[in-house]
Ligand binder design. Structure first.
Ligand code: CUA
Length: 356
């Protein structure tokens, strides 16, 4: 990069930092009122399937800890008892072969332990996989892409990306309102994992996998792709926003309301630019000619908490930087540098900010 380009980039950053200081209020993304559950910890389950996995994990860990104690104690005992003595004559001790009893013991006991571990884990996997979903359960189709998540609500006519919004359920199984997830992939194998809510389930091309969520508490839960899927696997992040039932209704209503048409001259210019460049070949904006399906649906872009599938927070500066050159934020992502002039980026960002 030339010095001039570096200076211009630095200038942009300073400019946007100043703009941010001048305009501290940014459109509030949906779900920010709930607690942020950033620690993706499977030992703090807050959902039925995660709790079932937790129980199995604790039992398996206890068995493994027991084995560790036995092996470590024997090791310490032998190291101390058979250490070199002061009067050692240096001769090799007698070699002993073939003790049927000892060989049976160290073969049969591990087999029994392994069978117990297999039974414990396969029972849990089976219980989770075979759980009957109620007829009226909220259905969500989750499609993995390099490197973002497409999220469709077929029953509600909503399409979004990277943030799954669901209503809270109940610890009481009779009052539970689980969410049914159907998992697919558009390219390679990805894996859905939100440790506090559910175990890993792969998204495999040409295969329909399923899992479910049944959260006990509201919050913004952090998850990620758990199967290496290419350059930006680490930036294929996911949030599950668990709403109160009323909060979820409000979110659904807001997602269904069409965004207001562009008003200011800048917004109208950005709108025209968006539709005259190749943005429309990859992105969908409901009710417009933008019907691309390779990239995330932008109809309600401004209601999201992040851009680039969690790569950065969605704010004025990051949105501007992203439109200017996504490769700067998420190297190797499939959205190219569109070679836009700064004034064109200004206009497109102004238009994108009406999508709420
Ligand atoms: Cu998708 Cu890793």
């Amino acid at each position: 990069m030339t010095l001039r380009a570096s200076l211009s980039k630095l200038g942009n950053r300073v400019f946007w930092a100043l703009c941010l200081l001048a305009t501290p209020v940014f459109a509030e993304p949906a779900g920010m009122e709930y607690p942020m559950r950033r620690v993706a910890d499977m030992f703090q389950p807050l959902s039925r399937p995660a709790e079932m996995i937790h129980e199995a994990a604790v039992l398996v860990s206890l068995i493994c800890f027991g084995i560790f104690i036995v092996v470590a104690s024997l090791l310490v005992f032998i190291v101390l008892k058979f250490r070199r003595k002061a009067n050692d004559d240096g001769r090799e001790p007698p070699q002993i072969y073939g003790s049927t009893n000892i060989e049976l013991a160290w073969t049969v006991i591990p087999i029994l332990i392994t069978v117990v571990l297999i039974l414990v884990t396969s029972r849990t996997i089976g219980e989770i996989q075979n759980m009957k979903m109620p007829e009226d359960a909220l259905k969500i189709e989750l499609v993995g892409h390099q490197w973002w998540w497409e999220i469709r609500y077929p029953g509600l006519g909503i399409v979004t990306a990277n943030e799954i919004h669901i209503p809270v359920s109940s610890r009481d199984p009779d009052k539970a309102t689980p969410t049914h997830l159907l998992l697919q992939s558009a390219d390679v194998i990805h894996s859905f994992w939100v440790p506090q809510l559910a175990g890993k389930t792969d998204l495999v091309p040409n295969k329909n996998n399923e899992t479910w969520l049944d959260p006990y508490e509201t919050g913004v839960y952090f998850g990620n792709c758990a199967e290496y899927c290419g350059t930006q696997h680490a930036n294929m992040l996911l949030r599950v926003i668990v709403h109160t039932p009323e909060g979820f209704e409000k979110w659904v209503a807001a997602q269904k309301a069409p965004p207001a048409p562009p008003q200011t001259a800048e917004e109208i210019k950005g709108h025209k630019l968006f539709y005259s460049t190749s943005c429309v070949s990859c992105h969908m904006i409901n009710g417009t000619v933008a019907e691309g399906v390779f990239g995330p649906d932008l109809t309600k872009l401004m209601t999201r908490q992040t851009i680039g599938a969690g790569a950065v927070a969605l704010n004025d500066k990051n949105l501007w930087d992203w439109v200017k050159d996504p490769q700067d934020i998420k190297v190797g992502c499939l959205m190219p540098d569109m070679q836009l002039l700064d004034t064109e980026v200004d206009a497109i960002v102004a238009y994108l900010k009406t999508l709420k």
